[in-house]
Design a protein around this ligand. Sequence first.
Ligand code: SAM
Length: 262
Amino acid sequence: MKKASGIDGSRDWGLEKVYLHSTRQNLWNNDYLEFLVKCVWKIDKPVKIIDFGCGYGYLAQMLLPLVPKESLYKGVDISEDLIDEAREIFSGSKEVCFEVADLNEYEPDAEYDIAICQAVLRHVTKPEDIMKKMIGAVKENGLVICIEPSRRMENAGIYIDNRTYDPFENDDFLKQRWLSEEQSGGRDYQIGMKAPGFMEKLGLKNIGVRINDYVDFISAGTDDFESEQRRFIIDHGVDEKYADSNVYFAARCHVISYGYKK
Ligand SMILES: C[S@@+](CC[C@H](N)C(=O)[O-])C[C@H]1O[C@@H](n2cnc3c(N)ncnc32)[C@H](O)[C@@H]1O
């Protein structure tokens, strides 16, 4: 299997399927995505969509029921494992196809109405170059959408309901980690905030920026509390001792930036 060498040195998302699935169960309010599709982006006729770094096709599952019938979707990802799963999920669907490719080398024709990515620019070493390819993939007036985290906002969105919990406890550690990732030419912890600026620099027009409004409100110790959610908060710097016994919120605040090709 091809390894995801384009991402932060070693991470192969095919090996992180369970985590990916779990985080996707708690990522969007359907009504908010529907509002974006119908009221903000006003997608009212069939569209051809390309999803950069599509994973197992989560966005296809979310978007296709919301866009007009006869819309077409293509997902591209470096992980063969995830693409295999995506093909299985959509087997029998003529409107959907997938391709295994490294986005760093991928050169799509300008044939799409919409190029979208979610949580992908955060994991590539040259996000602006990938955004350029997204712009290259759409026709004139085509829509480019990037849904990306800003790790400072994401971490600020975690709250543990315990008097002894100190939300500032890991700030220095995370700051060092994020800065060293950035300085080593790797991942950009603020990519969600930078994406609109890249869009402007790359010549998109009518740029808009929104925030995903989903908030995960979960009581640890209940049946709803999955081990992968526990992993999420520990990964975000929360001490393990708080992970099992307290109510917490996680507002990931992914930044949704979009703009149109001139
Ligand atoms: C956090 S996952 C997000 C997946 C999907 N967009 C979603 O939201 O469910 C990041 C994805 O980017 C893909 N990816 C990272 N670097 C890539 C590259 N250079 N070329 C193609 N895909 C890449 C990974 O394989 C993984 O599926």
